[in-house]
Each structure stands twice: as C-alpha cells, then as structure tokens.
Design a protein around this ligand. Sequence first.
Ligand SMILES: NC(=O)c1ccc[n+]([C@@H]2O[C@H](COP(=O)([O-])OP(=O)(O)OC[C@H]3O[C@@H](n4cnc5c(N)ncnc54)[C@H](OP(=O)(O)O)[C@@H]3O)[C@@H](O)[C@H]2O)c1
Length: 325
Amino acid sequence: MKYNFLGRSGLQVSALGLGTWATVGESIGHAHTVEIFQAAQEAGINHVDTAEAYAAGLAESEISASLDEIGWNRDDIVLATKLYWGIRPVVNWGETLNRKYLLRSVDGCLRRLNTDYIDILYCHRPDPHTPIDEVVFAMSDIVASGKAMYWGTSEWPAGSIRDAIDFAEKYGLRAPTVEQPELNLVWRSRYVQEYLPLHRDTALGLVTWSPLASGLLTGKYAGKTSGTERAFQTGMEWQRDRLLNGARDEVATFVELARDHAVEPSQLAIAWCLRREGVSSVLLGASSVEQLRINLRAQETAEVISDEVEKRLESIFVTDLERHE
Ligand SMILES: NC(=O)c1ccc[n+]([C@@H]2O[C@H](COP(=O)([O-])OP(=O)(O)OC[C@H]3O[C@@H](n4cnc5c(N)ncnc54)[C@H](OP(=O)(O)O)[C@@H]3O)[C@@H](O)[C@H]2O)c1
C-alpha cells in the first residue's frame, strides 16, 4: 500500500481508503463488516471514512464495534467522519453547520465511534445560511479542543473553501486541510475546474469518493442484476435511473477496454482516480470482501496503465453524467 500526505499536513493516509456509506449499518451485516475491515487492515489501509448521517449514526457504532473485534489499534487508523445532515429531525440539528450543532454533534460522533478524537472532521456540505466565520471558528475550536486533529470540507465550492482558508489565516485559526469531492470517470469536471486549481494554489488535500460512480463503472448494470445491488437499495431511488440507464454505450466501450487490458473494469476506474494529481486517498466502497480484494488490485493497474490508455478512457466519457442529490 502506498501512503500519501494529506495535503500539506504531516499526516499520511493510504492511497486507498475504506468508506462506509450505504454499506456498514445498512446493506451488510456485522459479520461481513468485520471481514471487510480485517481485509482492509491486512492490505495496509489506514484510512476509514464515515459520517454521522450514514445509517443515521449506526455506521459509526458498527465501525467501533468492528475495530474492537479485530483488535485494530485506534491510533493506527486515520478515522474520518462528517457533520451537516444531522440525525435528529429538530430545528437547528439538520442541514446546518451552525456552531451549536457542530460543537454538540461532535460529541455524538465520539461516543458512537468510541474514541476520544477524530482524525478528520468534515463539514459534509456547505451551509448557505451559516456565515463562513461562524463555521471556521466552530471547526477551529473543535480542533483546538483536541476532539478532531484536522478539519475539512465536502462538496464545497472552491470559492468558499478559499474564503475559509483566508479567514482562518487572517485570524490565526485552523484552516481546512482537505476537501472530499466525488471524482470518477463520469463526474470529473468539478475536479478539473475547481479543485485541481485550488490544490495547486493552496496544497489543499483531496480525498475522493465514489470511484465507481456507485457501481456503474463495474459494468454490472449492463448484465443480469440480482436486485441486491446498490441501485435497488432503499434510499437510493435518487440514483437508480443513473445506475440502471446512465451512459450505457460508454460503459460498454469502457468494459471492453478493460477486458482488452486484462483487468476488471473496477480496477481500471479506480486506477484512473489514483493517478489524478493532488489526490491523497481514493475512498472505496465494498459490500463484500471479494469486491474489496478485486478493487485493491487497482494499485497495480495504476502502475501499468499508459498515458495513451488514460487518454482513451477520458475520450470515452466526454461529459459528466448528470446526478441528482
Ligand atoms: N462526502 C460525501 O458526500 C460522500 C458521498 C458518497 C460517498 N462518500 C464516501 O466514499 C466512499 C466510497 O463511495 P462509494 O461507496 O459510492 O464508492 P463506489 O466505489 O463508487 O461504489 C461502491 C459500491 O459499488 C459496488 N461495487 C464495488 N466494487 C465492486 C465490484 N468489484 N464489483 C461489483 N460491484 C462493486 C458495491 O455496491 P453493491 O454491491 O451494493 O452494488 C459498493 O458498495 C463511501 O463509502 C463514503 O465513505 C462520501
């Protein structure tokens, strides 16, 4: 496993990280979660990503139970979680980054994760209603309190991240260290237009999500499905059509290209992400150990694909595939 510095920080994260969205506490049970974590540890993964909102807090509890069962030393893991969506349907407690919510909710994360610190605490989305100074002060205070080591943003416009960095620098506060955007072959314009220039300017770290566009880039939706795949999961209705019908011809051409190079489509898709400038860690999602093992081999694929293959890949998927959140 390769390890990269998280932006300009001194913290190293594995080039492949393990995510827990829609899987841990949801589509997979405890025994499989433990197996997946064990395989991740054996492969040298040290970066585990979750969020307060994943399975409404259950993903965080499942992570701590699984790490405990494996005996994976907490200090050996870079554990990330996120705040914004909330899990209580009460005013001030959801879709917000207000100070009260941030400072109180972090304690819930710590309790569920059964730890006294989080390595990376993300603001899961931008909040147009809370001023940037309130957010930066709150996140900086959380870092200063030791409850989080670093803080980051997810899916924030580059201009807002820049404002947060400038504000923090002006007032001697902790600035965000990392942004977590979606990045894959069918969703890459924002990386090119916003995050890559920002990374070049400020050395902001990038941890990217959905390298397979939720499974689309495995090619499996073109064949016979079992009905247990993510597209059919409750709560995934918003991306069902994208998964079942999105970019069919392009995906077919992509799968053929992967086969021509004797690799799995998922390995080629993840390898493309691994090769992107500024990306510290690519977060994988897996609903079985087999999937994780296949996807981990993307590291080897990333070493051998040529610039020509990479160009060919990018020419297959010319425009972003529309997504709705
Ligand atoms: N910051 C954010 O807003 C945000 C948003 C989303 C995700 N994330 C993070 O990023 C992580 C990764 O995102 P993701 O889960 O969407 O990643 P992904 O790699 O795009 O999708 C993972 C899913 O694809 C399917 N899959 C994976 N490998 C496969 C294989 N070899 N063959 C067939 N199917 C395969 C599995 O779903 P099925 O088997 O169920 O079909 C798996 O759960 C998340 O877990 C989360 O931690 C962050």
